[in-house]
Design a protein around this ligand. Structure first.
Ligand SMILES: O=C(O)[C@@H](CO)OP(=O)(O)O
Ligand SMILES: [Mg+2]
Length: 399
């Protein structure tokens, strides 16, 4: 038994320059952990509620801190996370804020790991974990809610599925990013960057497909392993009055959207498509999964919001064969692990993910390894993204 003896909460900056919550947890025998909440821009309608940082801190200081300090064992992550739920008293963390909850949950996990003298992935996953590493999906071109005047599709993701190690995969994605920069320059396209460090060029989706295909193929040939690519369409953001709105192109009905995505999957042999349809359309997701799910991953992000009840609905309806896992969408690490495990029990492939607003926190790298998630989506370049990628490289070296 190693009780939590202190919790400090403060406002820090995230990568967009917005205020977010950082938590520090200290234990009886000197264990220490620090965690910081990320923040989304293309947030799902059903996500746990992020409160303004100052309000979230005040509420958590009043409710969560007294219930945890001197009361809960830092090593018992379930007890920490159950306590957060109890004091919050809502089903969406609107009481203390999902940002305070996830920061405390992650800080407590790190304090627990410190206490045990274990790397975080092993505290989270157990003795036999650390033998499987996620393939990093690297955002290389994007637009949508993450950049103005860029592609309609939010993210084009390099997917080094044939990489022999996570380290080689991480470097491959950086090379694809660099190659795309060169291709854009050759075409005379001004290359700004979006919130996650991906190129945000003022080009149409068709041209982006072409460029990403060219870059992944070229770098894959040079490195001698397969680099595929995928998308996060964040289609809920495009969905208006029953149609998918594409700037500079005709709108698409749901049936047309399904046809379009299925065609692109085959044309480019894509490995992964996230949120191709609206966040409430489990049925349209199921239709698409039925068509192409034998050859690509159809992933639910805004569809599931890391919530086991929504995931169960997707499993029952055959909506997807993959789920995106974002701890701050649901509020605690225990809830995130529950979603990964429910998925794994039902053949649903997990991709642990960053948010577009991030900090230097590296918890998701450990979560992906500890829970043996087959994929991680955490950017390609930019310090708050490389923080996670470099942590994966260190973990791989350790085991
Ligand atoms: O949609 C997504 O998957 C994420 C991360 O890439 O974006 P945001 O954090 O803005 O929701
Ligand atoms: Mg998404």
């Amino acid at each position: 038994m190693t009780l939590i003896t202190d919790i400090t909460l403060r406002r820090i900056l995230d990568s967009r320059g917005n205020a977010t919550v950082e938590a520090e947890v200290t234990t009886e025998s000197g264990g220490f952990g620090r965690g910081a909440a990320p923040s989304g821009a293309s947030t799902g309608e059903h996500e746990a509620i992020e409160l303004p940082a100052e309000e979230a801190i005040e509420k958590a200081e009043a409710e969560a801190v007294p219930a945890l300090v001197g009361e809960v064992d830092a090593i018992d992550q379930r007890a920490v996370d159950d306590t957060l739920h109890e004091v919050d008293g809502t089903d969406d963390f609107s009481g203390i804020g999902a940002n305070s909850a996830v920061a405390i949950s992650m800080a407590a996990a790190k304090a627990g790991a410190d206490e045990l003298g274990l790397p975080l992935f092993q505290h989270l996953g157990g003795t036999f974990r650390g033998d499987q590493f996620p393939t990093p999906l690297g955002n290389v071109v994007g637009g949508g809610e993450h950049a103005e005047e860029a592609t309609n599709i939010q993210e084009f993701l390099s997917a080094p599925v044939g990489a022999p190690s996570v380290t080689e995969a991480v470097f491959a994605n950086a090379q694809v990013h660099a190659r795309i920069g060169e291709l854009l320059e050759e075409r005379g396209v001004p290359a700004n960057k979006g919130d996650e460090g991906a190129w945000a060029p003022p080009i149409g989706d068709d041209e982006a497909f072409e460029i990403v295909d060219q870059a992944t193929t070229k770098v894959g040939d040079e490195l001698g392993f397969e680099i595929s690519f995928g998308l996060d369409m964040a289609a809920a953001e495009m969905y208006e009055d029953g149609e998918y709105v594409y700037e500079g192109e005709d709108n698409r009905s749901t049936a047309e959207q399904i046809d379009y995505v299925a065609e692109m999957v085959d044309e480019y042999d894509m490995a992964y498509v996230e949120d191709p349809l609206d966040e409430n359309d489990f049925e349209a997701f199921a239709e698409l999964t039925d068509r192409v799910g034998d050859r690509t991953l159809i992933c639910g992000d805004d569809l599931y919001v890391t919530n086991v009840e929504r995931l169960q609905e997707g499993i029952d309806k055959g909506s997807s064969n993959s789920i995106l896992i974002k701890p701050n969408q649901i509020g605690t690490l225990s809830d995130a692990v529950d979603a990964i495990e429910l998925g794994a029990d039902n053949g649903i492939v997990s991709a642990v993910s960053h948010r577009s607003g991030e900090t230097e926190d590296t918890t998701i790298a450990h979560l992906a390894v500890g829970a043996a998630a087959p994929y991680i989506k955490t950017g390609t370049v930019a310090g708050e993204r490389t923080a996670k990628l470099n942590e994966l490289i260190r973990i791989e070296e350790q085991v």
